[in-house]
Design a protein around this ligand. Structure first.
Ligand code: FAD
Length: 469
């Protein structure tokens, strides 16, 4: 940050420190370093190399919408960059404060209220994902949004990134759950879009903040659809000879209108990696399925799955194994410090191009010098298509640094996705990693998005640089 800009930030920090007592505004180095990265492998790599190219000047923790408004107002006045921050579990650098400025961490805003008759929960944006779902379960409900990052993520981050959970095939993505939203936009205005079952009142402005990744405003709370806690849960698993068989089976299930909550199909390599204690399915394609909800509806869905599935039935064991291990993530912390480059890329595609996309992405990554493996599972399903979640690992060849090796893999994968008619992200978002492919993705609409952002945020304070905006 330039010297003259440092002066502007200091003035804003001085102003804020008049209202935010010591423990709710920090300029301590340890805090600034903690907020300089998220789970984006590039930003984790910076830390290993002892490089900190993006450090904020301060972190502030508001407790209500009025305080959020005050922070936005001062940052706008002083032209200081402001980065909304939930759990910092994003994987694409969306909270990396690339231009310095202030991080606004919403985690102190965490109340919730259930409306049983309307089946809605009103939730503050800083509410922790696990806490929300656990509280709902205790009261006899579920929201059904269970991302693998349930423990470290927040409601505001879910909306900001347009997240989806492991149970999305029944409950949908966060955009389908969100019924109303309250946001603070520059120069410091509160907008309140009330929840309705549906409304036909012009373009839906709520959606402007879903997936905006902190570039349009700050969500302070939202109203979300909830469901009665499922009275019945049915666990099924299959081993198929070919990936196409499993994929085709699920396509037919979805076409008939059945909606299992969880469906996950693992390619041969991932079957072995994930189901290490089920040797009988090595060399096959494992599928785990959970059907849940009303007893009678669940039984009908089970019949549909049993009628359509091409593969050998393997009972509940693999599903129990998946349930026990589904939050385990150790690759980044175990392998990255050893110099292994590791990441995941989730994309979506219509059924008609699903097979081609899977093959092309795997074939685009594998031949890259240094790649150790590329594999995938399919984790979210729709009557129209499927989400593939690719994983790759490798060690950069000599004379190539980790960052350019990483970007080479990403670039080849993105080209293969676009070339096979897919979308470059299913649920992680764009952040700072995918921004260069957004133009292609939006079919000529990037300029319009930039214009909208400019109108809302004339001084470009909201998460500048994210999404390439
Ligand atoms: C191990 C692991 C597993 C994961 N599994 C999944 C998964 O299953 N499904 C999935 O969808 N994602 C997954 N993710 C990605 C990540 O957890 C999600 O993107 C999540 O929604 C981020 O929430 P967060 O609170 O951590 O947001 P952050 O990382 O803090 O922020 C993400 C973005 O949202 C913006 N933002 C945050 N709060 C607000 C707010 N109140 N108002 C406006 N903008 C805001 C930020 O500015 C940023 O652009 C995973 C990540 C990890 C590390």
């Amino acid at each position: 940050m330039k010297k003259k800009d440092e002066g502007k930030v200091d003035k804003v920090i001085d102003k804020l420190s008049e209202s935010f007592e010591d423990n709710r505004l920090s300029t301590k180095k340890t805090d600034l370093l903690s907020y300089s990265h998220d789970y984006w492998p590039i930003s984790l790599h910076w830390m290993l190399e002892d490089k900190f190219p993006s450090i904020p000047n301060a972190v502030v923790w508001p407790e209500d919408k009025e305080e959020v408004k005050e922070v936005v107002r001062w940052c706008y006045k002083g032209r200081v960059p402001l980065y909304p921050y939930g759990g910092g579990s994003g994987v694409l650098g969306a909270t990396v404060p690339e231009k310095g400025g202030i991080i606004i961490d919403l985690k102190r805003m965490r109340s919730l209220q259930v409306d049983d008759q309307d089946l809605l929960v009103e939730a503050d944006s800083g509410l922790n994902g696990y806490y929300l779902e656990d509280s709902l379960n205790e009261e006899g409900y579920t929201m059904g949004n269970i991302p693998q990052s349930l423990y470290p993520s927040t409601v505001g981050g879910w909306v900001g990134t347009k997240a989806t959970g492991q149970f999305s095939t029944k409950y949908g993505g966060i955009e389908e759950m969100l019924k109303g939203i309250e946001v603070v936009v520059p120069p410091g205005k509160i907008l309140n879009f009330k929840p309705h079952p549906r409304t036909s009142t012009g373009p839906d402005l709520r959606k402007l903040f879903v997936g905006a990744e902190g570039t349009m405003g700050i969500m302070t709370k939202g109203w979300f659809k909830i469901w009665p806690y499922p009275e019945r849960r049915i666990k099924l698993s299959y081993a198929s000879e070919r990936l196409e068989d499993a994929v085709e089976s699920v396509r037919k299930v979805m076409r008939r209108g059945a909606e299992p909550a969880v469906v996950r199909i693992y390619d041969e390599m991932e079957t072995k990696r994930h189901f290490y204690d089920h040797e009988d399915i090595y060399g096959k394609i494992a599928t785990v399925i959970i059907i849940e909800g009303d007893e009678k509806i669940a039984e009908v869905e089970r019949e549909i799955v049993e009628e359509e599935f091409i593969g050998e039935y393997k009972g509940e064991g693999p599903v129990d194994h998946w349930l026990e291990t589904r939050f385990n993530v150790k690759e980044a912390s175990e392998f990255v410090p050893m110099g292994v480059v590791f990441d995941t890329i989730e994309v979506a595609v219509n059924w008609s191009n699903a097979e081609e996309l899977y093959e092309r992405v795997i074939e685009s990554i594998k031949p890259i010098k240094g790649v150790l493996f590329a594999s995938a599972h399919a984790s979210h399903f729709y009557p129209q298509g499927i989400c593939f979640y690719f994983t790759f690992a490798g060690t950069p060849p000599r004379k190539k640094d980790a960052e350019s090796f990483y970007q080479q893999v990403w670039s080849e994968a993105m080209k293969a996705v676009i070339g096979s008619g897919g979308t470059i992200s299913h649920h992680h978002g764009v952040g700072r990693q995918r921004k260069d492919w957004l133009e292609d993705e939006l079919g000529g609409g990037l300029k319009m998005l930039k214009d909208i952002k400019e109108k809302i945020d004339k001084r470009d304070i909201m998460n500048p640089g994210n999404l390439g905006l």
